[in-house]
Design a protein around this ligand. Structure first.
Ligand SMILES: NC(=O)c1ccc[n+]([C@@H]2O[C@H](COP(=O)([O-])OP(=O)(O)OC[C@H]3O[C@@H](n4cnc5c(N)ncnc54)[C@H](OP(=O)(O)O)[C@@H]3O)[C@@H](O)[C@H]2O)c1
Length: 256
């Protein structure tokens, strides 16, 4: 009987945690796929492939050629293209698939959020008055800040922003989560930040900035997720492991 072949589309803390939980399983053959954007990606506990597949067609080809039995989309909640491709490729190849997507953050008492639907809307919502802005949207969309050059931006990303912003007042912070509350409080206070701009990524690794903003009475412009149709969703690594066990035992019963 062959091993069950599983492809995890990753680039998130959850994908890494799932891979770590599966790495030692003798009955499974796991490959983790990364987009290849980060220059120095965190070490991963299972074999990794890197780079795009070439759209839904390319991913479907990969699923067939590599005889993948289960596809898990554990990409970031804002990585919409790869998620749509995953749903389409799984349907094309009739491969079992599901998404692991952490729930969105919801405001709690003391939070001062303004919800918007894109980075450009968030920048527009800052208004005309110059503000000290912590921009935590990731480097790919940071250049949207060029549209409002009156503000001073602190842009945090794992890799350097390229090309640099054209605004006159900008500072770059290079660091990789998870972030601790004490450090986020420090950072927001040190730079006298007046507004935080962030995506509603969900999860614990980057939540400390939201807590810190709440404690300091700082406004948050929250970029909400687009509604994603497609694969069935589980919200936790534990739930994903349950589905994987179910998949592996159904293969065993069929003697595959
Ligand atoms: N968007 C965010 O805010 C964010 C934040 C943290 C981490 N990430 C991670 O960074 C990666 C890229 O995000 P994105 O927003 O640029 O994605 P995207 O817009 O949905 O994807 C763009 C293209 O990148 C390739 N790709 C994306 N994820 C891939 C993966 N895991 N393995 C192989 N190819 C992948 C695919 O190329 P082909 O069509 O050629 O296959 C896809 O069409 C994702 O893996 C995501 O989990 C994203």
């Amino acid at each position: 009987m062959g091993k069950a072949r599983i492809l995890i589309l990753g680039g998130t803390t959850e994908a890494r945690a799932l891979a770590a939980a599966l790495g030692s399983r003798a009955d499974l053959d796991i490959v983790l796929s990364l987009a290849g954007r980060t220059a120095d990606p965190a070490p991963q506990p299972v074999p990794v492939r890197s780079g795009g597949f070439g759209g839904a067609e390319g991913l479907a080809r990969y699923l067939r050629e590599e005889a993948i039995g289960l596809l898990i989309d554990a990409t970031h909640p804002f990585a919409a293209r790869i998620s749509a491709n995953a749903a389409e490729a799984a349907a094309q190849c009739d491969v079992t698939a599901f998404a692991l997507r952490r729930p969105a953050w919801v405001p709690v008492e003391g939070d001062d959020w303004l919800s918007v639907h894109s980075v450009s809307q968030a920048i527009a919502a800052l208004g005309a008055k110059p503000l000290r802005v912590f921009l935590a949207t990731g480097r790919q969309e940071a250049h949207q800040a060029n549209a409002a050059s009156q503000h001073h931006y602190w842009v945090r990303s794992v890799d350097p922003v390229e090309p640099l912003l054209t605004v006159p007042h900008v500072s770059y912070i290079h660091s990789r989560g998870p972030f601790r509350l004490a450090d986020e409080l420090d950072m927001l206070q040190k730079h006298q930040i007046e507004v935080v701009v962030t995506k509603n990524s969900g999860g614990e690794a980057t939540y400390a900035k939201i807590e810190a903003a709440r404690l300091l009475g700082i406004k948050v412009i929250m970029i909400e997720r687009a509604e994603a149709a497609g694969l069935p969703v589980v919200e936790t690594v534990e739930a994903a492991l349950g589905r994987i066990d179910h998949f592996a035992s159904s293969l065993m019963k069929r003697g595959v």
